[in-house]
Design a binder for this molecule. Structure first.
Ligand code: HEC
Ligand code: HEC
Ligand code: HEC
Length: 150
């Protein structure tokens, strides 16, 4: 509700002229939590097509490379997909400040993620929340041993 978002003046009579975010977002691919939009799906299906660059000389690099992260105890293995990330972000947003660009080279734990490190720099902040375990832990352990990372 705009009237209760602590950004808009609830006493401003013109507030009712603005569209409520929930109404605007309701037409997009649904998610269970966060702001209730699956943004990666919305982009894939063409529901949204955000501008990729402000400056014409900016080079867009989309990388189609999945990395399997198998140090997940009893949880399903994590499949980190580069494609949907590089459709929103530049390599330099992650490499090498957050992650060294080498499979298995980062000492990632769930505890550190929950404290806001690694994946937790974005997930739970600007991208889908950490309570959505299965969106990251998406590959059953027995399959992960067979599937080769692309
Ligand atoms: C959202 C963060 C993020 C972005 C953006 C990103 N990467 Fe990565 N990258 C990762 C993670 C996470 C890994 C896996 C690290 C690990 O296994 O510890 C990785 C691994 C890699 C690897 C090693 C793969 C392997 O199997 O050893 C390469 C090469 C790489 N990235 C290149 C790139 C390039 C090129 C771009 C831009 C086109 C890019 N990355 C964008 C997070 C990112
Ligand atoms: C944003 C992605 C993401 C989400 C969401 C997520 N995890 Fe993880 N999780 C990871 C990554 C990455 C690792 C480290 C994998 C590796 O290093 O091979 C991990 C590791 C783990 C581990 C292994 C032990 C440890 O402490 O590191 C457990 C258990 C785990 N997660 C449980 C969960 C549970 C339960 C949830 C939901 C409440 C969850 N995870 C949500 C990405 C995620
Ligand atoms: C620099 C920011 C950033 C980091 C770091 C990051 N992500 Fe993401 N991630 C995003 C954004 C932005 C999206 C797309 C919007 C959304 O789904 O919330 C996304 C989407 C995803 C998706 C959904 C892909 C789809 O097609 O539905 C998965 C899975 C995912 N991230 C896993 C991870 C894992 C695992 C890590 C850590 C190894 C990680 N992310 C680190 C920003 C990040």
């Amino acid at each position: 509700m705009l009237a209760r978002d602590d950004l808009h003046d609830p006493n401003n009579l013109a507030l009712s002229l603005l569209q409520e975010p929930a109404e605007a977002l309701a037409v997009l691919a649904p998610a269970q939590e966060g702001n209730f939009v699956d943004w990666a799906a919305a982009l894939r299906s063409g529901e949204i097509s955000p501008r990729t660059n402000v400056y014409p000389e900016t080079k867009i690099r989309v990388l189609d490379l999945d990395v399997l992260m198998t140090d997940t105890a009893a949880m399903p293995v994590v499949r980190f997909p580069h494609r949907p990330h590089t459709e929103w972000l530049d390599c330099s947003n992650c490499h090498d400040k957050i992650f060294v660009a080498k499979g298995g080279a980062n000492p990632i734990t769930m505890f550190k993620i929950l404290q806001g490190d690694f994946c937790g720099q974005c997930h739970g902040a600007v991208s889908f929340p950490l309570t959505q375990c299965r969106r990251c832990h998406s590959v059953p352990r027995d399959q992960a041993l067979r599937v080769e990372p692309q």
